[in-house]
Ligand binder design. Structure first.
Ligand code: 3HC
Length: 290
């Protein structure tokens, strides 16, 4: 089962990255956003990301034009009606995801695979918003999606095994490394990663170490980014949601979000995407690090 046309709902940091990965992989892609302004931001995210690759000499202008030409942009869910796979990448709120899936249930063909890029919510719960929970799988990309190799593919107890296999195959064809796992808050990678990121925020909050020293400790060890810089890249709102979900599910104190993280999110300091998080940034953008 190859996928001919793939839809992406939500073109924020993750959705735009996923749409870029698909279009780079030669897949006809449909990107859907809630309104014209969000759609233009999403288009801008993909243009900027591929534009950076052109500037770095990694992509020719012709290849960039071909990639962009493979993406159709729309504010109408009906544009997804002939997609054989749709990947939802809207913010991590269960009410929002349920709304999107109820809509996809109405517009998509009966054989379409419906996937969620959720970081930490229950795929089973999201699937319950549809009349076809056996068509729902999780496909969890990492930020920045065009660079990160790992993609977690999640099958629920109801997911059709051939749908899980087909999505795993697509991920492999896109040059990524799929890992197939069950439906558990934080899956594998976030459960491990946030066991490290959460305490980094608490360490800063305790005043025992400054942010630059916390980050330098880990980059000097050899990690590509310090934990606070990485949280700013992921988005502090997403970090808070992931920690809350893992904390709820595991009950482990180490996953309890730091009060500092909560207050930054409440102030609207969400990391790179808003220009301020643990650090401040001159350039506001969707996870752009270059
Ligand atoms: N979009 C597209 N490409 C990007 C990019 C972006 N946002 N950011 C960087 N790149 C590309 C660059 O163009 C460059 O490509 P090239 O080698 O072909 O020229 C390459 O990545 C390296 O970029 P730089 O040289 O500018 O910067 P670094 O070497 O510092 O790498 C990084 C940047 C790849 C982001 C690296 O710092 C890194 O790996 N950081 C850790 C990221 C990570 O752990 N992500 C997982 C987060 S958890 C998550 O997403 C789960 C979610 O559920 C919360």
């Amino acid at each position: 089962m190859g996928f001919r046309k793939v839809g992406v709902v939500g073109l924020g940091t993750m959705g735009a990255g996923i749409a870029e990965v698909l279009a780079r992989g030669g897949v006809e892609t449909v990107g859907v956003e809630i309104n014209d302004a969000a759609l233009e931001r999403g288009r801008g995210n993909i243009e900027a990301s591929t534009g950076r690759a052109v500037k770095r000499g990694r992509l020719s202008e012709e290849a960039q034009a071909e990639i962009l030409g493979r993406v159709v942009f729309s504010t109408d869910f009906a544009a997804l009606s002939d997609c054989d796979l749709v990947i939802e990448a809207v913010p991590e709120r269960i009410d929002l995801k349920e709304k999107v899936f109820a809509e996809l249930d109405k517009v998509c063909g009966p054989d379409a695979v419906l996937a969620t890029n959720t970081s930490s919510l229950s795929v089973t719960e999201i699937a319950a918003a549809t009349t076809r929970p056996d068509s729902i799988v999780g496909v969890h990309f990492f930020n920045p999606a065009p660079v990160m190799k790992l993609v977690e593919v999640i099958g629920t107890e109801r997911s059709r095994p051939e749908f899980v296999s087909a999505v795993t195959e697509l991920v492999r064809d896109l040059g990524k490394t799929p890992v197939t796992i069950g439906d558990r808050a934080g899956f594998v990678a976030n459960r491990l990663l946030f066991g490290y990121l959460g305490p980094a925020a608490r360490l800063l909050e305790s005043g025992e170490a400054g942010k630059e020293d916390i980050d330098a400790s880990m980059t000097a060890i050899g990690l590509p980014m310090g934990p606070l810089t990485l949280m700013d890249l992921i988005g502090l709102d997403t970090c808070l949601e992931v920690l809350e979900a893992i904390h709820r599910d595991s009950g482990e104190a180490r996953h309890e979000p730091a009060a500092l993280l909560r207050s930054l999110v409440a102030e609207g300091a969400l990391g790179r995407k808003t220009g301020r998080g643990f650090y401040t940034y001159e350039k506001v953008g969707s996870g752009s690090v270059v």
